[in-house]
Write a protein that binds this ligand. Structure first.
Ligand code: NAD
Length: 499
């Protein structure tokens, strides 16, 4: 069996804690590798090495730093097939979807090639008599990212590309469920010219995470994962005086107005609800048609589309719509929630519970499920299921529909399907959710905009990637300067005004 490693100072390094976690092939259910779980001592030593390397990197001019990312983008394209295969093997998503995972991270690296421009400061000439004032953005030092299993390429890149472009050293603690691609990305960054120690990958579980959160050298922590862990990491990091942004779970609603193109809406719901087996933080998990007629017509259009979905292993090629979920435990949890929906009185109109795939009986496949007549008091409505389960909640009016989305504790993404500009504009303006689609089901902003949810989907005040990332990974220093040839006034005892 393959034994994975950490990545320290430009080398793949074996773990020494003696603790490991199994890494599965979700399509077959087999354990294909084991990943070392770092101890606190290992994490502290890895951070110390990053701290030793960081000052030289910070002093490297931003154009040179950007050129590393420029070469990295080329290498990602060169190795796209290899990365996608490794990603699908551990995660289970289809190859085209795995390529999308790499691509949406690559685009953030591409954005970061603009670091010299994005890091420019501000200057005021003659802010006072003979006085100039300027602000500069300086790197924080050593920063860390703790990332989830569902985008093992994209989310690490969302974090380390801007952090490193800004002149920081970065400690990546990827998900222990699919750690191979993050290690491959670190090797590509070295090949692209990144000095050793600037990107360290430490594999581990809660012990490694806590070691990061309690380490005084770490200046900032970026997290993406489930809400309870996001909240925990946010409170522990900020209590330790660190800058912190934590992105959590989701329950994304799509509102379908009576004037919507229902074929377009049904196609969108099937892709956004079941793509990647529903394991996306921007998946649509709740459909809210407005009016009984819309609801009846929508269900009629959804059922044949859902029954036609092809579920299978990534090795089956482009013929598969979605693959297995990530672990046996994830599958059990999804099926437990489906049962709770049945017990609490929702109509299970497409039942995927008996799904089994010949030759892959031990794989973690879950058939597609569609619930109708779901109500807000049910567990399947309140909880993020993170599986191929779509719930339809019938709303009597637009106000009731928008109210449902606004009252839900999560606020990551949402969408409205309508032909009416007034309704769409009202929705986009009033909704208390971070990312909004108008006739677009998964409105993930592009790299040069920013990504972040509201309410229990995001803790902290800046979003990921785009210009916010350059703010998060730098701090501003403002210098007020006067030279000896300036006006000499003698001692000054009052608070100075520049008038
Ligand atoms: P998770 O919270 O289980 O794990 C995320 C990271 O936290 C992993 O690196 C894991 O090792 C670590 N971790 C887990 N338990 C911990 C603990 N007790 N103490 C310290 N660290 C711990 O999440 P996941 O299952 O890997 O990912 C799925 C979740 O991520 C979903 O809820 C999904 O909505 C969310 N997600 C959110 C976004 C977003 O941008 N809002 C994006 C992708 C995924």
């Amino acid at each position: 069996m393959q034994e994975l490693t950490h990545y320290v100072d430009g080398e793949l390094v074996a773990g020494v804690s003696g603790r490991f976690a199994d890494v599965f092939n979700p399509a077959t259910g087999e354990v294909q590798a084991r990943v070392p779980l770092a101890s606190k001592d290992e994490v502290d030593a890895i951070i110390a090495k990053a701290a030793a390397a960081q000052p030289k990197w910070a002093a490297t001019n931003p154009q040179r730093r950007a050129r590393v990312l420029m070469r990295f983008v080329d290498l990602l394209n060169r190795d796209m097939d290899k990365l996608a295969e490794a990603l699908s093997r551990e995660h289970g998503k289809t190859i085209p979807d795995a390529k999308g995972d790499v691509q949406r991270g690559l685009e953030v690296a591409e954005f970061c090639i603009g670091a010299p421009h994005l890091l420019k400061g501000e200057f005021t000439d003659s802010a006072g008599p003979g006085i100039d004032m300027y602000s500069m953005r300086q790197p924080l030092g050593v920063v860390a990212g703790i990332t989830p299993f569902n985008f093992p390429a994209m989310i690490p890149m969302w974090k380390f590309a801007p952090a490193i472009a800004c002149g920081n050293a970065f400690i990546l603690k990827p998900s222990e469920r699919d750690p191979s691609v993050p290690l491959m990305l670190a090797e590509l960054m070295k090949e692209a010219g990144l000095p050793d120690g600037i990107l360290q990958v430490v594999n581990g579980d809660k012990e490694a995470v806590d070691a990061i959160l309690d380490n005084d050298t770490i200046q900032a922590v970026g997290f993406v994962g489930s809400t309870p862990i996001a909240q925990y990491i946010y409170s522990r990091s900020t209590a330790n005086g660190k800058r912190c942004q934590c992105f959590g779970g989701a329950k994304n609603h799509m509102i379908i107005m009576p004037d919507a193109d229902l074929d377009q809406a049904a196609d969108a719901l099937v892709g956004a609800g079941y793509g990647a087996a529903g394991e996306r933080c921007m998946a649509i998990s709740v459909a809210v048609p407005v009016g009984e007629e819309t609801a009846d017509a929508l269900v009629e259009k959804l059922i044949p589309r859902i029954e036609k979905l092809k579920v299978g292993p990534y090795t089956a090629g482009n013929d598969v719509d979605y693959g297995p979920v990530v672990t046996g435990a994830a599958k059990e949890n999804i099926l437990r929630l489906v049962q709770s929906g049945v017990d609490q009185g929702a109509d299970l109109v497409v039942d995927g519970r008996d799904f089994s795939l010949q030759g892959y009986e031990d794989g973690f496949f879950v058939g597609p499920h569609l619930f109708d007549r779901v109500t807000p008091d049910m567990d399947i409505y309140k909880t993020e299921i993170f599986g191929p389960v779509l719930s339809q909640v019938r709303a009597g009016s637009y106000e009731e529909a928008i109210g449902l989305a606004m009252d839900h504790e999560y606020g990551n993404g949402t969408a409205i399907y309508t032909r009416d500009g007034d309704t769409a504009r009202d929705f986009a303006s009033r909704i208390n959710i971070g990312m909004v689609g108008v006739n677009v089901p998964i409105p993930v902003p592009l790299a040069y905009h920013t990504f972040g949810g509201w309410k229990k989907s995001g803790f902290g005040d800046l979003n990921q990637h785009g210009p916010d990332a350059f703010r998060f990974y730098t701090r501003t220093k403002t210098v007020t300067s006067r030279w000896p040839s300036g006006i000499k006034e003698g001692g000054e005892f009052n608070f100075k005004q520049m008038d």
